[in-house]
Ligand binder design. Sequence first.
Ligand SMILES: Nc1ncnc2c1ncn2[C@@H]1O[C@H](COP(=O)(O)OP(=O)(O)O)[C@@H](O)[C@H]1O
Ligand SMILES: [Mg+2]
Length: 240
Amino acid sequence: MSMPHIELKSVSVRFADRAGCGRQEALTSVDLKIMEGEVLGIMGESGAGKTTLARVLTGWFTPSRGEVRFNGAPLEKGERRIQMLWQDAASHLNPYFTVERLVGEPLVCFKGLRRERIGKRVGELMDQVGLSLKLLGRKPHELSGGQCQRVGLARVLAADPGVLVCDEPFSGLDVGAQIRIRDLLARINRDAGLTLVVISHDPLPLKPLCHRVAMMKAGGILETGSAQKLLTLHSHPFTR
Ligand SMILES: Nc1ncnc2c1ncn2[C@@H]1O[C@H](COP(=O)(O)OP(=O)(O)O)[C@@H](O)[C@H]1O
Ligand SMILES: [Mg+2]
């Protein structure tokens, strides 16, 4: 079997609780292997530890215990090749920037392109996420939720990642916009070969998208299996 793209070995994350006395474990001894080119769904109720797991996978959090390996080596903080599409993409867009600047900025920061040379690449990214070039002059408040989500997606794709972690990409979108984002993610996986980790508390949009799904509960992974198996009959009673 080939080497996992990302591997978590006995990863735990503990937070000091608000009162400062005692600690709370958001992840407990999580083992997980993510293979190159796969779409892995992460499902679980609110508070199960999904966002914490996303932060560990992207190198935003260093685990309290355990290790995270990327292509066989320890994951470095700020790894460009693993990008995160944050939950509620709109709130992560600078409200004073135009779409052109929002999409162009990561090309300057991550790829070191000169400002006068980014126009062509910005156009390609807009096309990849299905946004009209007419929107380039708009600011986030002049966009719909689905369009903001796509701008967020264009920004992370600008970093030219190999892995994309999407935290609740469907929440807050109407059903039509959910389906369009789901199809877009499927296309990015198929055409660009990007490894995707898609987090959702709602199993419905995961089923047609994911090759495998991991079910989380109380900071642990309860079971992992094909989307077909987990989201249909023979799963753990909690999953069902
Ligand atoms: N920065 C933090 N400080 C303290 N507790 C946190 C922090 N982030 C998350 N938690 C706690 O960890 C648990 C898991 O949270 P989270 O990963 O956000 O779950 P999910 O995304 O599945 O809803 C929750 O109980 C939450 O309150
Ligand atoms: Mg969350």
